[in-house]
Design a protein around this ligand. Structure first.
Ligand code: PLP
Length: 507
């Protein structure tokens, strides 16, 4: 379906065309008094029991404006919504730096076992030994994979792992009587790195990358002084390049009493091949939703465990999992800890999935994951490089950063290319990132894609290049095949309209 008038807000559409427009009505619009689904617990007797258990003051007779619908209406509503989304389970999703790999269904099946899924977070440890044992084994596996000494599964995302790590850096320096205000961050860094720095109370000091796309030890030595707490660097970095001077950089940092925070979001290139611990890292966070095949968002929770060297272990967040006399328990009395970052014990369902993934693959399987991820990225790079040159001559790891000259030659921007790719049924790569590469296309195919899918992507990109030169207007006005055309992204971010019914008055 072709819709060129993307600026039309659904509120302006006549009601009869609301399905044609691709707009899914709100549950509140479809409500009809007295309608409901099957409610097995909805007898007056059970309502009375609930009132007795909870207390009258916590029970409402009515919720004002609460939608009343039949079960099929609700099912249709959410299924329709789900089909408006683009997901890895539907199509190729080479979004660089995000590692949108396939999430094996067996992970979900294991996480849904009633002993795991039904476990209340306040269950006393002596009744949850199996779950705690699973967490301890996952900690152990992640320590082994990263070459670090101790792991906390507590943080809820990569970015929260970064924050936890930097708070630990601060606490460890303070314990030695040092107050530092700066953290060095390369100009290729992921946006969460400087943001975490600011949140942890540090000032970000920008290190300039070499024009080949990596960090030089000389640049770090130039920036180092007694006020520098740490360097925060991703390896492979966001150019998809392995940092060749990382060990020398780590040594330079340690010599001046600073630490190396290694952002482990790109571990998909290193599994079973290289360990951050051996590169000199003091801290590394892991994004389970990237490397370890747990779902990305979609309303679900994340997990960003952190792994540290022994000297930082006392500072790990609370609670810590400990084994006393053969029994697992949580310990809270650790005076040097940075404390709690969130409720309970991390997003347990994600931990089960990641552990299942690690066990299913084993040491050799994990190494194969990274080898194939690297192979796939380099395959795409080689097959596209004549039209989309690589941003760096260095070999790519699990992703490649490509560029193009279509802006100068045909007035077609990177954003236009990305939008047009959607018409081909593919999610665009990450664009305009890293910031140091003009018009960057950052492509991360991951190891779970087949040769056929990769070839299909190459074909689409080559066709796109051709089309941009011959019919630039088609590319500039894309997408043409989706329910929505281009939305006003700035206005969407600054003035989000979350209630369609009131869209008219809110605008
Ligand atoms: C994804 C990513 C992060 C942030 O991780 P979240 O889990 O999304 O918070 C940090 N650094 C790099 C390099 C990343 O790719």
């Amino acid at each position: 379906m072709i819709r060129k008038d993307a600026a039309t807000t659904p509120a302006e559409l006549p009601v009869s065309s609301k399905f044609d427009s691709g707009r899914v009505p709100l549950l509140f619009e479809e409500t009809s008094p007295g309608r409901s689904g099957v409610d097995l617990a909805g007898t007056e007797e059970s309502a009375q029991r609930a009132r007795e258990m909870l207390g009258q003051e916590l029970c409402r007779a009515d919720i004002e404006g609460f939608p009343e619908l039949s079960e099929p209406q609700v099912v249709r509503h959410f299924l329709r919504l789900s089909q408006l989304n683009f997901g890895q389970a539907l199509n190729f999703y080479p979004l660089g730096s995000c590692t949108m790999k396939y999430n094996p269904a067996v992970n979900d099946e294991l996480a849904a076992l009633s002993g795991f899924a039904g476990l209340h977070p306040l269950t006393p440890p002596h009744l949850a030994q199996g779950a705690l044992e699973l967490m301890a084994r996952l900690e152990h596996a992640l320590a082994e994979i990263t070459g670090m000494d101790a792991v906390s599964l507590h943080p809820a995302a990569g970015a929260q792992g970064e924050l936890a790590g930097l708070l630990m850096v601060r606490a460890a320096h303070r314990k030695q009587g040092r107050i530092c205000s700066k953290v060095i961050i390369p100009d290729t860094a992921h946006g969460t790195n400087p943001a975490s720095c600011a949140l942890a109370g540090f000032r970000a000091l920008v290190a300039k990358s070499h024009r080949r796309g990596y960090l030089e030890a000389d640049e770090i030595r130039r920036l180092l002084d007694d006020d520098v707490a740490a360097l925060m660097v991703t390896n492979p970095n966001t150019m998809g390049i392995f940092e060749p001077e990382i060990e020398e950089i780590a040594a330079a940092l340690h010599e001046r009493g600073a630490m190396l925070y290694l952002d482990g979001a790109n571990m998909n290139a290193l599994l079973g091949i290289a360990k951050p611990g051996q590169m000199g890292a003091d801290i590394v966070q892991l994004n389970l939703h990237k490397t370890f095949s747990t779902p990305h968002g979609g309303g679900g929770p994340g997990a960003g465990p952190i792994a540290v060297k022994q000297h930082l272990e006392p500072f790990l967040p609370l609670p810590r999992l400990c084994n006393k006399g053969g029994k697992w328990e949580f310990v809270d009395d650790r005076p040097d800890s940075i404390g709690r970052l969130r409720a309970f014990h991390g997003n347990f369902g994600m931990l089960v999935r990641a552990y299942a993934y690690i066990l299913a693959l084993g040491r050799d399987g994990l190494a194969e994951v990274s080898r194939r991820a690297i192979l796939n990225a380099n395959y795409l790079r080689k097959r596209l490089e004549d039209l989309f040159p690589s941003a760096s001559p260095e070999p790519s790891m699990h992703e490649c950063v490509l560029t193009h000259e279509l802006e100068a030659r045909a007035g077609v921007s990177t954003l236009d290319l990305a939008k047009r790719l959607l018409d081909f049924g593919m999610h665009p790569p990450t664009i305009y990132f890293p910031l140091v590469v003009h018009g960057a296309l950052m492509i991360e195919p991951t190891e779970t894609e087949s040769r056929e899918t990769l070839d299909g992507f190459v074909e689409a990109m080559r066709q796109l290049h051709d089309e941009a030169l011959k019919e630039p207007e088609t590319v500039r006005t894309a997408p043409h095949e989706l329910r929505l055309g281009r939305v006003d992204e700035v206005r969407a971010a600054r003035r989000p309209v979350l209630r369609w019914l009131q869209a008219g008055s809110a605008l």
